[in-house]
Design a protein around this ligand. Structure first.
Ligand code: SF4
Length: 321
């Protein structure tokens, strides 16, 4: 089974995450990184959030007018079993020089772009030399005001957050935002906390992004613990994502109603600064919307009509169970 799963989806866990494992049968860290036979069953999409539908040049996604996603690398330090890019992460390393040039030329020629989001893969797996080169080229484009990293590195490989890296980020003309991907407080080990402190002390704004994952963090206590721990570490909980329709990840999905009930139950017990926005990335590349009555209408049990940011309607189905 393991061999078959490994042929379909890459497997990698850092020593930091191995040290965070417990022997509990439903360990929330193990369930995120260790493969199971459930990945071999069920449907799903190879590009659930539609990156490819909005790619003006390879390696760049331009979905919203004022910001782009630059996929600087396809490598990650861990391969999460629910990853929405699981069929492409790890297949190559950093973006090829010609592709990077084309992406940067596109950004340079598009003056409406105010923010560049670095992702992949994980942008903080790049060497300091390569990061310096990419950031220096972006920093020279005056219309780019912000660079945003989406990364799991501070949690899964905190040793990569060095004083040199932090100094580079703090020295930019653009504001560097750091969005930390983390799904359970058990991942926030002492070295991870130290890495977050280093960045917070340097004045780098920190946000978090989590995925709502069945049997990992779909409980009041797990989410409360995660969000309050992050807030105490000066990381503002930003988004709680409804789990995407990635292939072989159906067993991680909850229903929309379950996610809403969890968020509703946290409003009151938690202060507002601990509460992220619960969002769905509409399958097919139609963007993110908050899971609120403004955007979601239940047409029949488990079947939703979702209105995107441009007013178009899409059908969305809960998992069968
Ligand atoms: S770190 Fe992010 S991009 Fe990499 S496998 Fe995990 S979810 Fe996917």
């Amino acid at each position: 089974m393991l061999q078959r799963t490994a042929q379909l989806f890459r497997i990698r866990v850092t020593s930091q995450m191995q040290s965070a494992l417990t022997n509990a049968p439903d360990d929330p860290v193990a369930a995120q990184f260790l493969p199971t036979s459930q990945e071999l069953t069920g449907d799903g999409l190879s590009d659930p959030i539609g990156d490819n539908a909005h790619a003006p040049v390879p390696g760049l996604t331009h979905r919203y007018p004022d910001r782009v996603i630059l996929h600087v690398t396809k490598t990650c330090d861990v391969y999460c079993r629910f990853c929405f890019r699981r069929e492409t992460v790890g297949e190559t390393g950093p973006l090829a020089p010609q592709q990077l040039d084309a992406a940067l030329d596109y950004i340079a020629a598009t003056s409406t772009i105010r923010e560049v989001i670095l992702t992949g893969g994980d942008p903080l797996t790049l060497s300091l030399r390569r990061l310096h080169m990419v950031l220096t080229r972006l920093d020279a484009l005056n219309h780019v005001q912000m660079v945003r990293f989406h990364t799991r590195v501070p949690v899964v490989a905190p040793d990569r957050i060095t004083p040199e890296l932090v100094e580079l980020l703090a020295s930019l003309r653009m504001t560097a935002w750091m969005v930390i991907h983390t799904n359970h407080a058990q991942e926030l080990t002492p070295p991870a906390r130290k890495a977050l402190r280093l960045m917070a002390d340097a004045g780098i704004p920190l946000l978090s992004q989590s995925v709502l994952l069945r049997k990992i963090n779909d409980s009041h206590d797990a989410l409360q613990d995660l969000f309050t721990t992050l807030s105490a570490l000066r990381v503002k909980p930003y988004y709680l994502h409804h789990c995407d329709l990635a292939r072989g990840a159906g067993h991680f999905r909850t229903t929309i109603a379950a996610g809403r009930a969890l968020m509703q139950g946290l409003r009151g017990p938690l202060p507002g600064h601990c509460l992220p926005t619960y969002v769905l990335d509409i399958p097919g590349g139609f963007g993110k919307v908050p899971v609120t009555a403004d955007h979601f209408t239940e047409i029949s049990p488990g079947r939703w009509r979702v209105t995107d940011w441009q007013g178009a309607a899409h059908d969305y189905l809960d998992p069968e169970d």
